[in-house]
Design a protein around this ligand. Structure first.
Ligand code: FES
Length: 109
């Protein structure tokens, strides 16, 4: 496992995301209420760019507790901690270990 510094925490404000390249992988990093999450940037449905998707917590929905990302193309929803598809948890995308240390956002792969 290798740690990769991918961004400054201040570059990813709360409620926003950023796409980064890590070890040849395209990773979408999100800041949800001050916690950082990372998932594959490529949706398993038709390859939509999840880094351009919509955080569940930012949508006008009643239950904002879910920490998930909605694909911008057809709205499939994935859990940001596990990568699991919210409707069919037997499938999903890769989720990465992301942390913040001394103002840096670090992805461990
Ligand atoms: S490409 Fe992501 S939901 Fe269709």
């Amino acid at each position: 496992m290798t740690e990769h510094t991918v961004a400054s925490a201040e570059d990813i404000p709360e409620g926003e995301g950023k796409m980064v390249e890590v070890d040849g992988l395209s990773v979408a990093i999100f800041n949800v209420e001050g916690e950082f999450y990372g998932v594959s940037n490529r949706c398993i449905h038709k390859g939509g760019p999840l880094g351009e998707g919509f955080l569940h917590s930012e949508l006008p929905v009643i239950n904002k507790d879910r920490k998930s990302i909605h694909c911008p193309w057809h709205f499939w929803e994935f859990d940001l901690e596990t990568g699991r598809h919210e409707v069919n948890p037997s499938t999903g995308i890769r989720a990465f270990d992301v942390s913040e240390r001394d103002g840096d956002v670090i992805v461990t792969i």
